[in-house]
Design a protein around this ligand. Structure first.
Ligand code: ADP
Ligand code: TRP
Length: 341
């Protein structure tokens, strides 16, 4: 009997800011663990970022920085197809074809667009004020990312599940019209273990997020990392008093990075009293720096102009284009576009 085929797992990373600890724990690490189980395809969704990013230098920087982060965090390009969305022009040709089988009503109901409309209505504005067509079409482009690579499973956070369902709907619609000649694989969202189970707190105790400006970026120089750790809020419980580890942002961060036995010991010391916040912050800085220093060194190397990063992305683009090209040829044939094979 032949082996069942390895399923294809694909996910996109939107380059909209400096990667932070929350991204590492909640997205990068869980995604890297899936590489053992699936044929993995990860890409930088730079054209998706263009829906909101208006500064070309920043977009260029974030695209590179996010790619360097994944490589520094352990992504192995010999085991994962890793590329930049914008390097695969086939995606944009497919975007048109799939737009032609996507109902506008479906897009009207997409979370991000609906939220923008609701905000406008509440403010007494025109419902579409400030909404560009990129935001409106965002789910179609995401469907193309997924379908062009014939992906089976899409590891994402909860907020992206609707988009994957849309990709499945759009694939179904195409298959309904053209399924006799070509059928897209129907994708399914998976939420990898670790994703969203752990929401890392930021410098103000709320969820660490670029939108709250409360992140600990991954690749700060040591001295700045130390300064940020000092800024995490704590209450004024005296050193000798018992403290609740689970309501402490410092402890929650420590728990993610310390060895389990050290985390358990520290939890005990907090609950018994005798461990002060200052000491715990020193411990936190210690484990963070130990973890991040080697990543930082690799990241700095990759961020140099003309580094290995460019070659890795070029090779990834080549592999991705071959895959998307195969699909595009069949789609052109199926829909009746002249010149198709
Ligand atoms: P941000 O909230 O900073 O804009 P993104 O939305 O770009 O972050 O996050 C990308 C992925 O990183 C998310 O899908 C989520 O899985 C993960 N992530 C972001 N912030 C956190 C956090 N505080 N804790 C755990 N995971 C997080
Ligand atoms: N929309 C996703 C996000 O904001 C990024 C993304 C783009 C994506 N294309 C994708 C994720 C395809 C999974 C599959 O995080």
């Amino acid at each position: 009997m032949s082996q069942p085929e390895t399923k294809v797992s694909l996910t996109g990373i939107k380059p909209t800011g400096e990667p932070h600890l929350g991204n590492l724990i909640g997205a990068i690490r869980p995604a890297l663990e899936l590489v053992d189980q699936f044929e993995s395809i990860y890409f930088i969704a730079d054209y998706h970022a263009l829906t909101t990013e208006r500064d070309p230098e920043l977009l260029r920087h974030y695209s590179r920085s996010v790619a360097a982060t994944w490589l520094a965090a352990g992504l192995d390009p010999s085991r994962t197809t890793f590329y930049r969305q914008s390097d695969v022009p086939e995606v944009f040709e497919l975007m048109w074809v799939l737009s032609c089988v996507t109902g506008k009503g479906l897009m009207n109901r997409a979370h991000a667009y609906k939220a923008a409309r609701d905000r406008n209505l509440e403010a007494g504005e025109d419902p579409d004020a400030g909404v560009n067509m990129g935001l409106f079409n965002y789910p179609v482009l995401m469907a193309v990312d997924i379908l062009a690579m014939e992906s089976d499973v899409i590891p994402v956070g909860k907020d992206q599940v609707q988009h994957v369902e849309y990709a499945a709907d759009i694939a179904g619609s195409f298959n309904h019209f053209y399924g006799d000649t070509y059928s897209f694989t129907i994708p399914e969202a998976i939420i990898p273990e670790g994703t969203s189970a752990q929401t890392l707190p930021g410098l103000d105790g709320r969820k660490m997020s670029k939108s709250y400006d409360n992140t600990i970026p991954l690749f700060l120089p040591e001295a700045e990392l130390k300064k940020l750790v000092r800024r995490i809020p704590t209450d004024s419980t005296p050193v000798s008093e018992p403290k609740d580890p689970d309501s402490s942002a410092v402890f929650q961060l420590f728990e993610q990075f310390a060895a389990p036995a050290d985390a358990a010991e520290t939890r005990k010391r907090l609950e018994e009293g005798g461990l002060g916040w200052g000491e715990l912050k020193n411990q936190l800085f210690g484990v963070l720096d130990e973890h991040l220093a080697p990543l930082r060194a690799r990241y700095d190397e990759l961020m140099e102009p003309g580094s290995e990063l460019d070659a890795v992305l070029a090779e990834g683009a080549e592999k991705a284009r071959q895959r998307a090209g195969r699909v595009l040829r069949r789609v052109r044939g199926a829909v009746g576009i002249a010149g198709s094979a």
